[in-house]
Design a binder for this molecule. Structure first.
Ligand code: HEC
Length: 137
């Protein structure tokens, strides 16, 4: 008959294997070629975006939107190359949100534009929750 000790000895490697399986997704992607300068530009731009819309400053808001579009296009391409489909989806939502903002600006509907703009930071955050290394925060 197997003793308790034998059972434990058998269970230990399995427990250790499970521990590694549960490691965060973050470790799975090599980010050495990621464009952090662009991310810092996005960070600056997103702070002005909603205030520019609320102030009905169409020119400034369009400039902001262009930077953000470039950013989401970059992340869409980058994470496509890395095979990270969830990050690609988030990037496409970002492109959609910014396009919605632009069409609302074009029809002079700044209130709807500002409402759409408020969704953008959530998208930045949801990608960071998945792929931004914790220690870099
Ligand atoms: C689809 C994924 C994704 C999206 C969307 C995204 N980011 Fe990031 N971001 C990352 C990853 C991954 C890193 C970490 C890169 C690294 O560690 O080299 C990062 C890093 C950053 C950093 C840190 C840069 C530094 O100096 O190290 C800032 C700031 C930032 N993002 C801002 C933003 C803002 C603002 C948005 C939205 C407008 C955004 N990001 C959208 C994935 C994303």
């Amino acid at each position: 008959m197997m003793s308790m000790r034998d059972n434990l000895r058998k269970a230990a490697p399995i427990a250790i294997a499970l521990l590694f399986t549960a490691a965060p997704v973050v470790a799975a992607i090599d980010l050495h070629d990621y464009d952090n300068d662009l991310m810092r530009d996005l960070d600056k731009t997103i702070k002005y975006f909603e205030p520019d819309l609320t102030a009905q400053n169409a020119d400034a808001a369009k400039e902001d939107a262009q930077v953000l579009l470039d950013g989401f296009k970059y992340t869409e391409g980058y994470f496509t190359r890395k095979g990270a489909q969830d990050a690609v989806e988030i990037s496409r939502k970002g492109l959609k949100v910014i396009s919605d903002v632009l069409s609302n600006v074009d029809s002079n509907n700044f209130e709807a534009a500002a409402a759409a703009a408020r969704e953008a930071p959530e998208l930045c955050k949801s990608c960071h929750d998945l792929y931004k290394p914790r220690l870099a925060r």
